[in-house]
Design a protein around this ligand. Structure first.
Ligand code: OSB
Ligand code: MG
Length: 375
C-alpha cells in the first residue's frame, strides 16, 4: 500500500543557457515546478510539473497547475491508500476535466515513491527493458539558416542520433535545406512546427518531402486530428503528433483516422505514466513507433523521461539532451550526460529516479513553497 501524507510544492527559477524559441513563443528563464511527496512510512519521491509559465504549448501553466494540484488533485491522493500507482490516474480523471500536467506531476510522484519503497529503479517498475536510450536534440528557431546549420553540425559531431529543427512559416524550407546540405543525405533529421501551419499550407509543407525528414511533428492545430489526417494523405513524410495526443483514446483516434504515423509521448502532456504506458502499449500493438519528448525539464523531469524511454516501444531517439545543454548547473547529481555515440544511461543501480536531488541548491533557487497534507 502507498499512502501519500504530504506533498511539498516548490517553484524555482532556472535560467536556460540559451533562449529556446518555438513557433508559439520563446522560453528564457525556465520557471520550474517541483513536487516532493512523502508517504506514511517516510519514503519520499520527487517529480516535476512540466507546464510552462504561459499556455504556449498546452492550456496548462505553472500557476493553473499549482492551483489545480492544491484544490483538486492532492485531495484525491493525500491520505488515500493505493495498492499500485496505476490506480491513481483513474481517480484523477473521474469528473475532473483537463489539468493533465497537474495530474501527471502528482501521479508520477506516486510512481517514484512506489519505486523507492519497492527498492526498484523507476525504469524497471514502469516495465523498461533497456539500459541505455538513444538521445536526440531539439534545436530552437535561429536567426538564419546558416546559424541553425552550424548548431546542427555541432549536434551531430557531439553524437546525437536525431536532430529536430523547430520550424515556422518563414523559417522552414530554407532552414531545413541548409541543415540537410550541411549534414549530408543520411543524417537523421526531423522538423517540429508546434502548430504553426494550416491545411492551406499543405502544398508548401509537401516541399519538405524532398528533404528526407524522418517525420514532421505537429504541423497543424494543437488539438486537431482530422486536418492532420487530410495533410498526411498529401505528404510522404510521416506526421508525428505531439500536442494533439492527450490520452490513449486520442492515440487510438490518430491511428483510426490516419492522422499520424508516429507519437511523441510526453508523460506530463498525457496525465502521467499510466496514461503513457497505455499509449505505448496501444501503439506497439499497431506497429506505431513512439519516442519520448521533452519539455526543457530539470534533471528531475528528465529522470522520469529517461525511465519511460527505456520501454521497448520507444524505438526512436527521444528529445533528451544532457543537463549541460540546458543549465549552467542542474539540480541533480550526477548530472545527465550523453556518451560520444549519443546514448544516455538508464540508472538501474538504485531505487527510484536514479539520481540524487540537490536539496540545498533547490532551497537556494526556490521562490515559493506550499505544503499540502492529508486532512
Ligand atoms: O514541441 O517538443 C516540443 C520545447 C518546448 C516546448 C515544446 C517542445 C519542446 C522541445 C524541447 O522540443 C525538447 C527538450 O526538452 O529538449
Ligand atoms: Mg513537439
Amino acid at each position: 500500500m502507498i499512502q501519500i501524507e504530504e506533498i511539498v510544492l516548490r517553484e524555482l527559477r532556472l535560467p536556460l543557457r540559451e533562449p529556446f524559441r518555438i513557433s508559439s513563443g520563446v522560453i528564457t528563464d525556465r520557471r520550474i515546478f517541483l513536487l516532493q511527496l512523502r508517504d506514511a512510512d517516510g519514503s519520499t519521491g520527487w517529480s516535476e510539473c512540466v507546464a510552462f509559465d504561459r499556455p504556449i504549448y498546452s492550456p496548462d501553466t505553472i500557476d493553473t497547475a499549482w492551483l489545480a494540484i492544491t484544490e483538486w488533485v492532492s485531495p484525491r491522493v493525500l491520505g488515500h491508500a493505493f495498492s499500485h500507482p496505476c490506480e491513481v490516474f483513474p481517480v484523477l480523471e473521474r469528473d475532473f476535466r483537463g489539468h493533465l500536467m497537474a495530474k501527471a506531476a502528482v501521479e508520477m510522484g506516486v510512481w517514484v515513491v512506489a519505486a523507492e519503497r519497492a527498492g526498484t529503479p523507476l525504469a524497471r517498475l514502469l516495465g523498461g527493458t533497456r539500459s541505455q536510450i538513444e538521445a536526440g536534440i531539439s534545436l530552437g528557431i535561429e536567426q538564419s539558416p546558416e546559424a541553425l546549420a552550424r548548431k546542427a553540425e555541432l549536434a551531430l559531431a557531439q553524437g546525437y542520433r536525431k536532430v529536430k529543427l523547430k520550424i515556422e512559416p518563414g523559417a522552414d524550407i530554407a532552414y531545413v535545406t541548409a541543415v540537410r546540405e550541411a549534414l549530408g543525405p543520411d543524417a537523421p533529421l526531423m522538423a517540429d512546427a508546434n502548430n504553426a501551419y494550416t491545411l492551406a499550407d499543405a502544398d508548401h509543407l509537401a516541399r519538405l518531402d524532398g528533404l528526407g525528414l524522418i517525420m514532421i511533428e505537429q504541423p497543424l492545430a494543437w488539438d486537431d486530428l482530422v486536418q492532420h489526417a487530410e495533410l498526411q494523405r498529401r505528404l510522404a513524410t510521416p506526421i508525428c503528433l505531439d500536442e494533439s495526443i492527450t490520452s490513449r483514446d486520442r492515440a487510438h483516434d490518430m491511428i483510426t483516422l490516419g492522422a499520424g504515423r508516429v507519437v511523441n509521448v510526453k508523460p506530463g502532456r498525457v496525465g502521467g505514466f499510466a496514461s503513457s504506458l497505455a499509449i505505448h502499449d496501444l501503439c506497439r500493438m499497431h506497429g506505431v513507433p513512439v519516442w519520448c519528448g521533452g519539455m526543457l525539464e530539470s534533471g528531475i523531469g528528465r529522470a522520469a523521461n529517461v525511465a519511460l524511454a527505456s520501454l521497448p516501444g520507444f524505438t526512436k531517439p527521444g528529445d533528451v539532451s544532457p543537463s549541460a545543454r540546458y543549465w549552467a548547473r542542474d539540480i541533480v547529481t550526477p548530472e545527465w550526460t550523453m556518451s560520444a555515440d549519443g546514448m544516455v544511461d538508464v540508472p538501474l543501480d538504485r531505487p527510484g529516479l536514479g539520481v540524487d536531488v540537490d536539496v540545498g541548491r533547490i532551497d537556494d533557487l526556490t521562490v515559493r513553497t506550499s505544503v499540502l497534507r492529508a486532512r
